[in-house]
Design a protein around this ligand. Sequence first.
Ligand code: F6R
Length: 237
Amino acid sequence: MNIIKVNNYEEMSKKAAEIVLEKLNKIEKPVLGLATGSTPEGLYKLMCEANKAGDISFQDVTTFNLDEYVGLPEENEQSYHYFMDEHLLNHIDIPKQQAYIPNGLAEDLEAECARYDAAIEAAGKIDLQLLGLGVNGHVGFNEPGTPVTSRTHIVELDDITREVNARFFEDEAEVPTKAITMGIATILEADHVLFLVHGEKKAEILRKVINGEVTEDIPASALQLHPNVTVITDIEL
Ligand code: F6R
């Protein structure tokens, strides 16, 4: 893994934006994998600004989000659809039909997983996949125990994940118990993975992800198997 050490969240976002914009400008019809959560908010802000300034166009970009809660409608402020609209999609010139997010309200969730995988396959490959890290070692919502061979699937959220994400909800009971997530195999097939990890609370797990053994107990450790991962972090390793 190529590790870029930065001093703080702002520097992480700036460096990430540089890498994203360079990649998007280099490829004719780029496919970008997106994450939600607190980590990429600063990066998305910079991407919106770059689009507004005319430094980048998203007209030919296709995006695939990593995950979505099961059972939250798009208008729900905690849904990842809502998050993406607020933080990125509503502020850039991407045609909305090119921005894919799993549908957590699908009647047939298994069929939705298959549809999502087929859409990724039809797009070719993901050129650049953004990732954040959960304190339990998850990437996307691939919770501990997820096999590296996994494709898009329905997951029972870990208690730790629900506890950590409760900060966005009025109370923990409102946090959905299930989600739909892109699998680890798909993440590993991306051409380049941009892994952003910020803050001391992630230090212990990040060290295990990078220096520990590759294990299903820490799903992000599978990134050691990928030949082109860039980690940008303010954590001293
Ligand atoms: C979100 C996602 C998650 C988050 C992770 C870190 O789409 O895939 O894996 O990246 O939970 O979340 P934050 O950034 O809120 O610390």
